[in-house]
Ligand binder design. Structure first.
Ligand code: MN
Length: 709
């Protein structure tokens, strides 16, 4: 029966009294919060958090981790809020508890094996403080130890999740002890028969070998004493799940795997490690090619040790590992051992700083190893992720770069989804497409048929895929719009010659394209649409069969016989509307052919167009199509007497009239009168006239006019 006094006594060996008391206080708080709750076994609930804290105390974790362990199920199970914990125990402990609760909410059940690795990464990415993971692992370990009381299917579910998610995380963090215990408990719950068969076989083998093991142990120990080396020699056994995994994955028999005697020698210094190595090589002949120096070249997770294999009596292989006590602790507890060795340094109390320190240590160890790539792959990314991991509505996990938005997500799902997305829901709530996503969120993209990417998206997308797809789409769109406009312009010009493009002989067309130095008719049409070539001149050359290359605007009679180009409002980017005079359907208009930009529409009365009229070849007679559609911007100037709520009244009238406000600019002229400029969008002149009438009727409005530059 665990009790807090016994734990407190143990904590005093490595924590100051004041911190031990804080842990105690967290215990009493949790005990009260879980007051009437019991575990499945019938014991009081507080047994569980206390046991979790004990596991962390075994690893010499700090007082905040221990407090979080005491409180880790309080938010989840008792309705006490994070704020309350923060008030009682401080922000850091509250964050740790909250982080553990969030991980508890994530269930792996319905995911595929292929998703398991992303799920591990997601868990690590969500836990901003690595101690959240350590508390969660300890929580999981105690739950696995007490799995027996659960229904079989629940037992299997938790065991599966443990083997696929939590033991690999422990492995990534170099926590060997925790990992092997999780694996053996998980193995036992998933495959009780196989597990007990292997356990029995191991026990049997152990009995048979006891004498040989102790002979070898004594021989090594005696030789060390002779040489004046202090240390201890321990026999080593593979854990059950690793035996099972080897048998299954490498198709080895049980006796193949067990046909080795394995020992570990723990000594007091690195120097002693190498001296001990020489000593055992002297005692038994080493097997060539089996020596590994992981002290000089540590493994990716920071593991350090010397490994060698020897020929024992009768040729039995003997595997030897030689390391210091610190290396042993690092190998067993990984990142947690860092708290053990660096706990005196108060400046490093921030967990992130400690984790960085640990990583730095590992990185330094790695420098000789030359496989920093593997290091970055396996450790760094997991702890300080440059990625976010989010769920699709189907529960799949998507990996995205940090800062990615729903638009990046949409393009990661499929280019088509990205191109047609219009809105998104994050955790079932409507959210802005530009909002950066966070790990653990569920993202759903709303698409609409016919929707198009917006150039503004380029300002917030992060992923290369989204960026290049949006650019590509916009470019293509402009390309096809230019061709369509070029075709209309050329046809319009050809009407003057009583013909149209489709009626012109293809040889003449091809010649014209070739003479113009264009690769295709589409290219020529695009050039016309973009305003780089005059439709009238191309038309004349087609009719004369004249040389198109001589493209001087000599004789220009663009008026007269030509029919007007009609504006439909759906041409896209190649026809734009001038921001000086804001033409709307119904206004008399003129087109300005602007090289590279297509056609810009102005009102006939616009001052800017008066200047352009000196270059008649740049002017295009245009008119509105009778089926013109879309919304057009227009600017209004409203003067009114100072009155409360005037802007709101104006805005309400505009929107209730099926128009929308794009911009409001307020100028106070004197204390009595104000003037406001409204940029609104309307369908046409009739729509605008009716709206102006309504606005004029608002009490306080003294004057209203359409604004023209
Ligand atoms: Mn728990």
């Amino acid at each position: 029966m665990p009790d807090i006094d016994a734990l407190a006594l143990r904590l005093k060996s490595y924590l100051p009294e004041e911190q031990v008391n804080q842990v105690r206080r967290a215990y009493y708080y949790a005990e009260q919060a879980h007051d009437t709750q019991t575990r499945r076994s019938g014991e009081p609930y507080i047994i569980h958090p206390l046991a979790v804290a004990e596991i962390l105390a075994d690893m010499h974790m700090d007082h905040q981790s221990l407090m979080a362990a005491m409180l880790h199920d309080v938010i989840e199970d008792t309705g006490i809020k994070k704020d309350a914990i923060s008030t009682q125990f401080g922000e850091t402990v509250a964050e740790l508890v909250d982080g553990v609760s969030k991980l508890t909410h994530m269930h792996f059940e319905d995911k595929t094996i292929a998703q398991a690795e992303n799920f591990q990464k997601m868990a690590l990415a969500m836990a901003r403080d690595i101690r959240v993971i350590l508390v969660k692992l300890a929580d999981r370990l105690h739950n696995m130890r007490t799995l027996g009381v659960l229904r079989p299917e629940k037992r299997r579910r938790i065991a599966k999740e443990t083997l696929e998610i939590y033991s690999p995380i422990a492995n990534r963090l170099g926590m060997h002890n925790l990992r092997t215990e999780l694996e053996d408990l998980g193995f036992n719950a998933m495959h009780p028969m196989r597990c007990s068969r292997i356990r029995a076989a191991v026990k049997h083998t152990r009995g048979n070998r006891r004498e040989i093991v102790s002979n070898i142990q004594q021989a090594i120990a005696a030789r060390m004493e002779q040489e004046g080396l202090s240390g201890r020699v321990v026999g080593r056994e593979k854990h059950l799940y690793s035996i099972y995994r080897k048998m299954r994955n490498q198709h080895k028999s049980f006796s193949d795997i067990m046909d080795v005697f394995a020992f570990r020698i723990i000594v007091d210094s690195v120097d002693s490690c190498y001296r001990t190595l020489g000593l055992v090589h002297n005692l038994y002949k080493p097997i060539p090619g089996r020596f590994k120096d992981y002290i000089a070249i540590p493994k990716a997770n920071g593991y350090q040790s010397l490994h060698t294999t020897l020929f024992g009596m009768h040729g039995i292989p003997i595997e030897i590992q030689i390391r210091t006590q610190e290396m042993e602790d690092m190998a067993n507890n990984g990142i947690a051992a860092h708290w053990l060795y660096k706990s005196g340094d108060e400046a490093l109390l921030g967990s992130q700083a400690r984790t960085r320190e640990w990583l730095k240590g590992v990185l330094e160890l790695q420098e000789n190893a030359g496989d920093s790539l593997e290091f970055i792959e396996n450790v760094k990314i997991d702890l300080f992720p440059d990625e976010v991991y989010v769920f699709t509505p189907q529960g799949h996990i998507m990996e995205l770069p940090k800062g990615a938005t729903a638009v990046d997500f949409a393009y990661a799902v499929h280019t088509h989804v990205g191109n047609t997305c219009v809105a998104c829901r994050i955790d079932k709530r409507l959210a802005s497409l530009s909002q950066p996503l966070e790990s653990g969120q569920t993202v759903e993209v709303v698409t609409a048929p016919g929707a198009r990417p917006n150039a503004a998206w380029l300002s917030f997308v992060i992923s290369g895929k989204a960026r290049s797809n949006i650019r590509h789409f916009l470019k293509n769109q402009q390309h096809s719009e230019s061709i369509a406009l070029g075709r209309r312009l050329l046809n319009k010009a050809l009407i003057g010659f009583d013909t149209e493009l489709d009626k012109i002989d293809s040889r003449i067309l091809n010649k014209a394209v070739e003479d113009a130095g264009m690769g295709s008719l589409d290219h020529l049409l695009e050039e016309i649409g973009l305003g780089n070539r005059m439709a009238y001149i191309v038309a004349r050359r087609l009719m004369d069969g004249a040389d198109l290359a001589d493209d001087t605007p000599d004789q220009l009679d663009t008026s007269g016989s030509e029919k007007l180009l009609s504006i439909r409002g759906t041409e896209g980017m190649v026809i734009s509307f001038a921001k000086c005079c804001y033409p709307i359907p119904g206004d008399p208009v003129v087109g300005h052919v602007s090289a590279g930009r297509g056609i810009v529409i102005h009102t006939e009365a616009c001052k800017n167009i008066a200047e352009i009229r000196h270059n008649p070849e740049k002017i295009l007679e245009v008119d509105w199509d009778k089926n013109v559609g879309g919304e057009f911007s227009v600017e209004l100037q409203v003067e009114f007497e100072q009155e409360r709520g005037m802007i709101a009244a104006l805005a309400n009238t505009v929107t209730s009239f099926d128009a929308s406000i794009e911009k409001i600019n307020l100028e106070e002229r004197n204390p009595r009168f104000s003037q406001v400029q409204l940029l609104i969008s309307v369908r046409d002149r009739i729509h605008l006239a009716r709206l102006i009438k309504k606005l004029r009727a608002i009490k306080g409005v003294t004057s209203i006019a359409r604004r023209r530059e």
